[in-house]
Design a protein. Structure first.
Ligand SMILES: Cc1cc2nc3c(=O)[nH]c(=O)nc-3n(C[C@H](O)[C@H](O)[C@H](O)COP(=O)(O)O)c2cc1C
Ligand code: SF4
Ligand code: FES
Lengths: 162, 446
């Protein structure tokens, strides 16, 4: 027998949060809650496993294909298991003018990885402007935002990743 | 000199407890909503907003009251109406709305109450970009706090007007800042912009009349009703009411997000001690992108321009989203434009041929030139490709479904025209003249 998707506690959390989401939309528009619903699933499981996608489709009264169409359009959704740490480094213009490219290279060396390569521990990737242009350079580690970065600050951050 | 003497939007930023209902209310918060609900008719509210000369802070500078007046009357169209707040903030160079969410979220929520009353909207969705973990958490807490204190719900501020406010978080797609892509995303779909007309004011969310406004636009409303539409209009300049938030980034001594007067000049923003404090030692301005990376670039000779919305028109540029990106004279123009072009290539949704094919093509040509493999003919090709996406000089309507097409074409057209010699130097010298230091004085990671 395959493992169940959720533990009992996770199932309850999923059910409760989906019920709240559905109450935010007109009754005949259940599938409007697709983005927040996928976020609920990803927050619980760390990614969007196929059995979870089926469940979302059922609850939102839509198709699995619709779920995937949406999930693959948005870069923050993971339809494959990402590394333990997803690290998004902004290299857009304002950040580049404050050292972002050098920061990315420094991280590639320190973490022994290449930007864009999905590793088991680190998934380091370049990203676009994160609304930190006046406080550049910046990055996000598993969606936590860090700005005004220097070598010293970055070293301290990376040290905490185990 | 016209440096702002009185803070308006940022007046209460950083004051203790401002992000919570209690702190906000203690400083007079929610009184304007109460006043509007109990002493004004909805149409009067829209008239006041018109008189205030409030203009959209999301990029286009469209007059807000006028936009509201496009919503058909309930006699003509009985469907529910919606307000959607654009908190997608993704135009490169722009970082202002996040600070409203982080420092003064109730200012936005009070503005939402006022706008929804004027529009007859009983539901508002705030669409925040997915990367805003912290700002969204502050906003969620503020919404819950407002419900708990009897602001929202069946009885808005105790009146008979019903209003529900929900935050929806995006998931990483720049295009969802475009208003019709935002509506698609709110409907649970991928963010593909819609053909216009019909405009959202008539056929928007779920096929109903919908107004889409930027965070900063709506957060201005409580001040307008506190001090009056005339005061707000006078505070501004020409036909732009109020003050603006601008994000100053790149090669300046003190980058950051500042509130400025509409008659503050670009030069003052960059050099004044209250703002950017000038260029790095020994360096001068090479180029300035004035309104987010899609706004046509300015040269050092064009810095007298005021930051008011219409002042940029004679320069064939725009005030846009207030993202001011400064490049000093040791910055490579080709490399900078290539990075901008890569962004629009990456973010094109792929619906229209000129945008889907043209943006990556421009990025490839720029890479070729930057890497010293370019020919002079490539510059002509580059301009032709840009021209096929959106005409130059900009007339505000390109050949594509949405303005992302223009957003990618205008930087190319303006950079190549204004800095043609830099592009030619790369081609004739077959290398980047800046070697491995293309990013200017602060371009090294330290
Ligand atoms: C590609 C593209 C991206 C946009 N991104 C944003 C954005 O992130 N935030 C925003 O408020 N407006 C953005 N806009 C402008 C919106 O379409 C819309 O004009 C705006 O939200 C209207 O609000 P306002 O009238 O208050 O400015 C974008 C437009 C385009 C074409
Ligand atoms: S212009 Fe580009 S982003 Fe806009 S709809 Fe067309 S292909 Fe999509
Ligand atoms: S360019 Fe990096 S945060 Fe805006």
């Amino acid at each position: 027998m395959s493992e169940p998707l959720f533990t009992a506690a996770e199932q309850k959390r999923f059910d409760d949060e989906i019920a709240v989401l559905l109450s935010h939309y007109p009754n005949d528009r259940k599938s409007a809650s697709m983005l927040p619903a996928l976020r609920v699933l990803q927050t619980i499981k760390g990614w969007l496993p196929p059995e979870g996608m089926k469940l979302v489709a059922e609850r939102l009264e839509t198709t699995v294909a619709h779920c995937y169409e949406v999930a693959t359009f948005y870069v923050m959704f993971h339809t494959e298991k990402p590394g333990k740490y997803v690290i998004d480094v902004c290299t857009n213009l304002s950040c580049a003018l404050r050292g972002a490219e050098g920061m990315l290279k420094y991280m590639e060396q320190k973490l022994n990885t290449h930007a864009g390569t999905r590793g088991e521990k680190y998934f380091l990737r370049e990203t676009e402007c994160l609304a930190s242009c006046g406080t550049a350079p910046c990055l996000q580690i598993n969606e936590d935002h860090h700005e005004n970065l220097t070598k010293q600050k970055l070293d301290a951050l990376l040290e905490k990743l185990s | 000199m016209s440096v702002l003497t009185e803070k308006v939007m940022t007046r209460d930023w950083g004051k203790p407890g401002q992000h919570a209902f209690k702190g906000y209310q203690e400083r007079g918060g929610y009184q304007q909503l109460k006043k509007v609900l109990t002493s004004m008719q909805p149409a009067q509210v829209t008239d006041e907003v018109k008189r205030s000369n409030l203009r959209g802070r999301g990029g286009a500078g469209f007059p807000t009251g006028l936009k509201w007046s496009f919503v058909p009357s309930l006699e003509k169209n009985t469907k529910p109406r919606y307000l959607a707040i654009n908190a997608d903030e993704s135009e490169p160079g722009t970082a202002k709305d996040r600070f409203i969410l982080e420092y003064d979220p109730h200012l936005l929520l009070e503005g939402i109450g006022i706008a929804c009353y004027a529009l007859g909207a009983h539901t508002c969705y705030i669409y925040a970009r997915g990367e805003f973990k912290h700002p969204s958490a502050v906003l969620d807490a503020a919404i819950a706090d407002a419900y708990a204190n009897g602001v929202f719900g069946k009885k808005l501020m105790g009146t008979d007007f019903e209003l529900d406010v929900y935050q929806v978080r995006g998931a990483g797609a720049y295009i969802c800042g475009e208003e019709t892509a935002l509506l698609e995303s709110l409907e649970g779909k991928k963010g593909w912009p819609r053909l216009k007309p019909p405009f959202p004011a008539v056929v928007g969310l779920f096929g109903c009349p919908t107004v889409v406004n930027n965070v900063e636009t709506i957060a201005a409303l409580p001040r307008i009703f506190e001090k009056g539409a005339d005061w707000f209009a006078r505070l501004g300049a020409a036909k732009s009411g109020g003050t603006r938030l601008v994000t100053l980034s790149g090669s300046v001594k003190r980058p950051g997000t500042y509130e400025v007067g509409m008659d503050t000049s670009m030069k003052e923003l960059i050099f004044d001690k209250e703002y950017g404090q000038g260029m790095p030692e020994g360096r001068s301005v090479k180029a300035v992108i004035p309104g987010g990376s899609s706004a046509p670039v300015l040269t050092a000779d064009e810095l007298e321009v005021k930051l008011e919305f219409d002042a940029f028109k004679p320069l064939q540029s725009m005030a846009g989203s207030g993202g001011v990106i400064v490049m000093d004279d040791s910055t490579c123009m080709v490399r900078s434009l290539w990075r901008v072009a890569r962004f629009y290539a990456e973010e094109s949704c792929g619906q229209c041929t000129p945008c889907r094919e043209g943006q990556p093509w421009m990025a490839r040509l720029l890479r070729k030139i930057e890497e010293g493999r370019g020919e002079l003919a490539d510059l002509d090709t580059l301009m032709q490709v840009a021209q096929s996406i959106a005409p130059w000089p900009p007339i505000g309507l390109g050949n594509t479904i949405c303005a992302l097409g223009d957003a990618g074409a205008l930087p190319v057209q303006s950079f190549v025209q204004k800095f043609r010699k830099d592009f030619e130097d790369h081609i004739t010298q077959k290398r980047c003249p800046h070697g491995d230091k293309p990013w200017g004085t602060y371009g090294e990671f330290q």
